[in-house]
Design a protein around this ligand. Structure first.
Ligand code: UD1
Length: 435
């Protein structure tokens, strides 16, 4: 097992360059299957989920090299249609290989996806959307068997705003015959990045970033240029909260503040001074944060669910009573129980969607468990503010989404180190780093 050992109450101070976005690189790595030659992707974060996607690409027959943050993928050979089970169950976004491989090969078999356990996380719209485009999808036990001799364009209205379903259908539609119109599409910046990537291969996608996306299928995709992954707005937000929760001061470079307006607005309401340019964010925190009377997670451009846990950590030490409502995932609350172990006063409603946080002057170090990626990030943040030493176990969840959070935070004056127990044969992803 890997764990973080953190001695709290050091002020976070300094400058940091934001890494490439996990939620942008993962759909792009799936979409690479559509391309029939070599593509170069810059600014790829070296996180566990990237390595799982690379493992899938290699397993199905792509040639991949990953040097520094530059990934080169050659998908020109024959690709297999079985996606390896252990990868799919590790990472929910592997469902995106469904649309990609149907468009590429007309066939794909895969297990039902895993990922953070945040609730039901249905995939009905992925399936019904692809079916309406002509795919035949059979579910047997824990597996999906999918075939589509030819995908055709269709008008698809989604009943819920879903990032993954929008991406899956957009990828499939890029090579479908005719026009696909996606209505009630997700508007997340990562969808814009995926459209930019696919259009760079010669796809014809308009409207990404709005609720209606129009895709005219093309016969072949071939790269005109390399692609640079957009900055990770959740990593950026997490480091801003690190400074906020420790009465610190930070400057982020290589960021995209216009994609983070709801988070920046929340931080300002908590009393932080935030100044932005096109690609930088500077934050200066007050001596003590202010409570937020009402924060609600929403699809973009609303406040992101992926920042909910980190804000709950910050509000745990804010001055006053805050309320927060989670509307995207029904089970995103595991951090509340762990933060309580550190002395936080958080009351959850019966349905676990409403949080009332009574800010305490301080939290206290103890051993807590990262149940999922953002839960882990929130615990690391709380530990930075807490009195004494905190151990955050199950660090591998955090490594799914942060390139090296311990190095970044240590460079910003935090007292943090990552440890592995002697029994650990872990680091399952590092074996994939080479080549
Ligand atoms: C993506 C992000 C994740 C983020 C989430 C919401 C990636 C790799 N992950 O996850 O970090 O927390 O968006 O911003 O980009 N739903 C259905 N039917 C479906 C699909 C989804 O009902 O077919 C529901 C889900 O149960 C959930 C909601 O839609 O309640 C939003 O989920 P979705 O946007 O699909 O999340 P992901 O794409 O899994």
């Amino acid at each position: 097992m890997r764990q973080y050992r953190i001695r709290g109450q050091n002020r976070i101070e300094g400058e940091l360059c934001v890494s490439g976005a996990k939620n942008a690189v993962l759909p792009i790595l799936a979409a690479l299957c559509l391309n029939e030659s070599e593509v170069v992707i810059h600014n790829c974060p070296r996180i566990a989920d990237t390595f799982v996607s690379i493992e899938i690409l290699r397993d199905i027959g792509c040639k991949v090299s990953f040097v520094g943050n530059t990934l080169t993928v050659d998908a020109s050979g024959d690709l297999k249609h079985n996606i390896p089970d252990d990868c799919v169950t590790k990472m929910r976004s592997s469902i995106l290989f469904m649309g990609a491989m149907l468009a590429r090969n007309g066939r794909v078999n895969l297990a039902l996806p895993g990922g953070c356990k945040l609730g039901a996380r249905a995939i009905d719209m992925h399936i019904s959307g692809l079916e309406s485009m002509g795919a035949i999808i059979k579910a047997e036990g824990n597996r999906l068997y999918c075939e589509a001799p030819m995908l055709k364009g269709e008008e698809i209205e989604m009943h819920t705003v879903s990032v993954g379903a929008t991406e899956n259908l957009m990828i499939a539609a890029a090579k479908a015959k005719g026009e696909t119109v996606l209505k009630n599409a997700a508007q997340e910046p990562e969808i814009v990045d995926l459209a930019r990537f696919l259009n760079g291969l010669g796809a014809d996608i308009r409207g990404a970033g709005t609720s209606t996306i129009v895709i005219n299928g093309v016969k072949r995709l071939c790269p005109r240029d390399s692609h640079r992954i957009m900055p990770d707005r959740i990593v950026a937000g997490t480091y801003l909260v690190a400074a906020a929760i420790t009465a610190g001061e930070i400057k982020l470079t290589g960021a995209c503040p216009r994609d983070m307006l709801a988070v920046i607005s929340g931080l300002k309401k908590m009393g932080c001074r935030v100044l932005t340019t096109d690609s930088t964010i500077a934050l200066q925190a007050p001596g003590r944060l202010l409570a937020l009377p009402r924060l609600v997670t929403e699809a973009h451009p609303g406040f992101p669910t992926d920042m909910q846990a980190q804000f709950v950590a910050a509000l745990s030490v804010a001055d006053g009573r805050s309320t927060l409502r989670e509307t995207i995932f029904e089970k995103r609350f595991s951090h509340a129980e762990e933060l309580r172990k550190m002395g936080a006063d958080i009351v959850l409603s019966d349905n676990k969607q409403f949080f009332t946080v009574y800010g305490k002057k301080t939290l206290y170090g103890t051993t807590v468990e990262a149940h999922d990626l953002r839960c882990g990030a929130a615990l690391v943040l709380a530990a930075l503010a807490a009195e004494g030493e905190t151990i955050v176990t199950q660090a591998q969840h955090v490594e799914r989404g942060y390139e090296h959070i311990e190095k970044d935070l240590a460079a910003l004056s935090a007292n943090i180190r990552v440890e592995s127990s002697a029994a650990s044969s872990e680091q399952p992803y590092l074996s994939l780093v080479a080549g």
